[in-house]
Design a protein around this ligand. Structure first.
Ligand code: ZN
Length: 203
């Protein structure tokens, strides 16, 4: 399986990192080894001094497809969860400055945190999903799918032009504003509506 991620899909977040609003989705990949085994703590890697959390809605693909038309994209997923796209911001900035790929900063082991449960989309209003992240009990990020620049269906249509989507693939759909760093001892909890479906302890 693979993990496809969308960068800068919320205007407020693009602005907070002084990035332009994209005209088409910005795609990058994380390898399967980025997924943290459920319940394991997240260990801050030794190559970064600035690991950022980015809470994101995550689409789980349940049907194989290539060149999927936007109008049929809804057939390719039935569940939405959340995840944290952990980012070594210092490494990413160095990569950006040099014009190098981002993988070291975005695809390292443990960089993809996935909620323990996913919610059937029939129980959600897809264009009005409220999600949030708490750090040590205080809300640090809050988003709504209605703020996404590119919708779930547009993302699936676009990504499947380049990558065949397969059952079990995950798509991280971008983070709202409020990203920030973590340190040893922090506890992150992720919510869809008021339901906590993700917890990560930082070590
Ligand atoms: Zn992200």
């Amino acid at each position: 399986m693979k993990i496809i991620c969308i960068g800068r899909n919320y205007a407020d977040h693009a602005k907070e990192l002084q990035n332009n609003i994209p005209k088409e989705p910005i795609l990058f990949l994380k390898p399967e080894t980025a997924i943290q085994p459920k319940g394991h703590p997240f260990f801050i890697p030794d190559f970064s001094n600035n690991i950022h959390y980015e809470v994101e809605l995550v689409i789980k693909i349940n049907k194989t497809g290539k060149n999927i038309e936007e109008q049929f994209a809804y057939k390719y997923y039935s569940e939405i969860g959340i995840g944290i796209d952990f980012t070594a911001r210092d490494v990413q900035n160095e990569c950006k400055d040099k014009g190098h790929p981002w993988e070291k900063s975005k695809g390292f082991d443990g960089s993809a945190q996935i909620s323990r449960s996913f919610i059937d989309k029939s129980n959600l209003e897809l264009d009005n999903i409220v999600f949030s992240l708490n750090k040590n009990g205080k809300e640090v990020q809050k988003g709504n799918s209605n703020e996404m620049i590119f919708t779930f269906d547009q993302i699936i249509a676009y990504a499947s032009r380049f990558f065949t989507l397969k059952i079990g693939d995950l798509i991280f759909t971008g983070t709202p504003k409020g990203v920030g760093s973590v340190k040893n001892g922090d506890i992150l909890k992720g919510f869809i509506k008021n339901e906590e479906i993700l917890k990560v302890v930082i070590k």
